[in-house]
Design a binder for this molecule. Structure first.
Ligand code: GLN
Ligand code: ZN
Length: 780
């Protein structure tokens, strides 16, 4: 028996209805009832799409008004006491309190989720009750709200919302599979509030609530429950792995068939355990771990369902259905038990549909598949196996043609790129001289004061900038008029910085919509969508570029703006680029070559840009790599290999310049201490890095490790509208000076300023420059 299903579905809506309804609700323009109605409409539509695709089950429980992990916090009644829920609030109000915090009395610092536009999410609330922290969901760009656990955590099942949704789906006569996070992954993904607290100690208290819930779901008419346990693909401490059997024995007793869902990473040492758990079925990710398919098919008892995640749920490529069938057919022969087919993971991570997207290059469009198209692929595979390939001959032929066209397209393979990479010498990623010599030559050229001040690159994206960009997009502003607006903004930014007395200026990035898209649009090898939205968190969506072919840089991308800015000032002006790893990380990338190969191509393009900036007289060039840390493989065993190729890509981009050209890099929003040697190995002359929110905790790592080059630990948190005073920044700088030699210490904010407004930016930078002055005075 072959069935089809999906682990989850995009929920934001084809027109981003959920986003707009949420934002209207938060602005007070629509009430909770109206927002609920939008949610119900989207659920009904998305279930209908799953049914129309021919799936045997539709997914309930994957919809969320903000985040599915936060929904579990409410489902199991374990919201942190600090929010003071008393049961009187609506579920919706509680969701938004978890997600957005509680504003202070004054309301001035209304808690909002602020984004610096870098693809990261930062929950910010200067006072009041801060929201739950946000962090990336495994190696995706989706951010979940992090549950908080401590010894006082209690659980109390609150299933009404979920049961209502099961009721809705039943009323529409859908066969229901409820998708939930499994208990161990739920606890694992939370954060212990006190050091030394063991989240696993909560398992026994949590399990009875899961068991009760499964019983209630069964009574409500659910046929299956899918319990996601993606942590089975991680390096787990032994007690966590051992807890699985106990946990699932208990849940099994509830009598609702359980599909244990794993994805994103091979099971490896957990494989046989996962196969033996007392559950009715196991889902495995055959895209990320194709090599495990046969072992799983062998280990999994015959009476259990094997659900094969055969279509890539993480990327936008149309599947090679022949290859999928070749992988699936032997399983059929091997296993008498039920075989289910699905995308590899929830389709939350791909756009809803790409088939009609008018903005995508028409040659590339047929190569792509969004969620709707992926369900059709699953269904075609199901029919091919059940009814024979002739039953779906047309679908298979169309897929074959698309895959062949993509493979043969001269737009995908440009031999000159491969040749250039092959010809690169082994030391193309090495600067000519060591840092000690470079820094002297740079100082001779730049003549910077001790503790030089700088910023991370972007200045406020003002309403004028946004309006000009929108008008340009609509064709109401021609290229010249648009450039004039941008030049005026650049000049304004330069004048402001001069007036503030900043030592190393930037042009402010007025002309950039986004730090990846801006480069992607100017590189050969990228496609763009009009509606390829992915939820990043809450109402926030991103539209990642699609890297489909060998990368080339036909012309300089930033030189004109940067040179213009430098022409306005005698102070050194820092050119700003996005690094190859970050461009790779925040795009949909090719699946027909290793990520490392795509990254190396991007590195060549950025290298060319770096050299053009240098030739234009720019003496300092920053290559941002905020995404370096998040590219780490989920399993530690893969870290070294990743850091080796990612580091080489950065250095290829950077290392072509002369000794007296200073290379900066910037990183933010991650725990860096465990990859410090790799960061040092980038050999940037200066790194500016986020530290201010952790009170410079990061510095301990940099101090212990004796970071060899220049470093600018962020002295204030740009995500807060509060203007930090000079004293607070001076304190941080004193701490920094205790671990960083004076010649290496820089003074800067912790990230770009594009989300801020000018008045607070000016005030904060004035204080920052003052803090640097005080520090110099102390040192003198
Ligand atoms: N140069 C970018 C900016 O200032 C860096 C953004 C980031 O770190 N994410 O906006
Ligand atoms: Zn940053």
């Amino acid at each position: 028996m072959i069935k089809s299903h999906t682990l989850g579905y995009p929920r934001i809506g084809a027109q981003r209805e959920l986003k707009f309804a949420l934002e209207r609700h938060w602005r007070g323009e629509i009430d909770a009832g109206a927002l609920e109605a939008v949610g119900a409409t989207l659920r009904a539509r998305h279930w209908a799409e799953q049914r129309d695709a021919g799936l045997d089950y539709i997914s309930v429980g994957d919809f969320s008004f903000y985040d599915q992990v936060a929904d579990h916090v409410l489902l199991f009644g374990c919201a942190p006491a600090r929010f003071g829920f008393d049961g009187a609030e609506t579920a919706l109000a509680r969701t938004f309190t978890l997600a957005r915090g509680v504003a202070s009395e004054a309301g001035a610092d209304a808690a909002t989720a602020a984004a610096c536009g870098c693809g990261h999410a930062h929950s910010g609330s200067a006072s009041g009750e801060p929201a739950l922290e946000m962090t990336k969901w495994f190696d995706t760009n989706y951010h979940y709200l992090v549950p908080e656990f401590d010894a006082a955590t209690r659980f109390a099942l609150d299933p009404e919302r979920l049961l209502c949704q099961v009721g809705e789906a039943r009323a529409l006569r859908h066969p229901v599979k409820v998708a939930l996070l499994g208990p161990l992954s739920f606890l694992w993904l939370g954060k212990a509030q006190s050091s030394g607290f063991d989240r696993l100690s909560l398992l026994d208290a949590l399990l009875p609530h899961y068991a009760t819930l499964l019983g209630r779901l069964k009574d409500a008419g659910a046929e299956w429950v899918q319990l996601d346990e993606p942590i089975l693909g991680l390096d787990l401490p032994a007690p966590w792995a051992l807890a699985y059997e106990r946990a699932y024995h208990l849940l099994h007793a509830a009598g609702l068939p359980i599909l244990l869902a794993t994805y994103f990473s091979p099971l490896q040492e957990h494989l046989s355990m996962a196969c033996k758990l007392p559950v009715a079925g196991l889902h495995v990710d055959a895209v990320r771990a194709p090599e495990e398919l046969v072992p799983v098919a062998d280990w999994l008892p015959d009476h259990k369902v094997l659900s094969v995640g055969i279509v890539d749920g993480r990327n936008v490529w149309r599947a090679d259905l022949d290859a999928c069938l070749a992988r699936l057919s032997p399983l059929l022969a091997r296993r008498p038990g039920a075989l289910w087919l699905a995308p590899s993971c929830s389709l939350l991570h791909v756009p809803l549909t790409l088939a009609q997207d008018g903005a995508v290059d028409p040659e590339v469009r047929p190569w792509l598949a969004g969620a709707v198209e992926k369900l059709a692929e699953v269904r075609t595979l199901q029919r091919a196996l059940a009814e024979g390939e002739q039953a779906v001959a047309a679908e298979l032929a169309a897929a074959r043609a698309a895959v062949a066209a993509r493979r043969a397209s001269p737009r995908v393979r440009r031999p000159e790129v491969a040749q250039r990479l092959a010809a690169l010498s082994a030391d193309a990623d090495r600067r000519a001289s060591p840092f000690s010599i470079r820094s002297e030559r740079q100082q001779a050229r730049l003549k910077l004061p001790a503790y030089p001040t700088t910023t991370i690159g972007s200045f406020p994206q003002t309403p004028a900038i946004r309006a000009a960009r929108a008008a340009r997009r609509r064709g109401e502003l021609d290229a010249n008029a648009y450039a004039a607006v941008m030049r005026a903004e650049i000049e304004h930014a330069v004048r402001q910085q001069e007036e503030l007395g900043i030592d190393v200026l930037v042009h402010g990035e007025a002309e950039r919509n986004d730090m990846v898209e801006y480069f992607g649009e100017q590189l050969v090898g990228f496609a763009f969508t009009a509606g390829g939205w992915n939820q990043s968190y809450g109402s926030r969506c991103v539209k990642p570029p699609i890297l489909y072919g060998d990368v080339a840089r036909p012309a300089p991308m930033t030189v004109a703006w940067t040179a213009y800015a430098q022409s306005l000032t005698r102070r050194p002006l820092k050119g700003m680029l996005t690094g190859p790893v970050t461009i790779l990380q925040w795009s949909f990338v090719r699946d027909d070559q290793p990520r490392a190969a795509s990254c190396a191509q991007l590195a060549l393009a950025i290298r060319d840009e770096v050299l053009d900036l240098e030739a234009a007289g720019i003496g300092i060039i920053q290559i941002d790599e905020p995404a370096l840390r998040e590219g780490l493989p989920l399993r530690r065993a893969g870290w070294d290999a990743y850091l080796a190729w990612a580091g080489r890509a950065f250095r290829i981009a950077a290392a072509g310049v002369a000794d007296n050209t200073q290379v900066h890099t910037h990183m933010c929003y991650a725990e860096f201490n465990d990859i410090l040697p790799a960061i040092a190995a980038l050999d940037a002359d200066v790194i500016t890095i986020e530290t201010s929110r952790s009170g410079m905790e990061l510095l301990r790592g940099f101090g212990d490790f004796a970071y060899p080059n220049g470093i600018g630990p962020g002295v204030y948190d740009i995500h807060s509208p509060r203007v930090p005073d000079a004293g607070a920044m001076l304190d941080l700088l004193r701490k920094a000076r205790a671990v960083i030699p004076p010649g290496q210490l820089w003074v800067n904010p912790d990230c770009g300023l594009k989300t801020r407004a000018w008045p607070e930016t000016r005030a904060a930078l004035r204080n920052m420059v003052e803090a640097a002055r005080l520090l110099r005075a102390e040192a003198a």
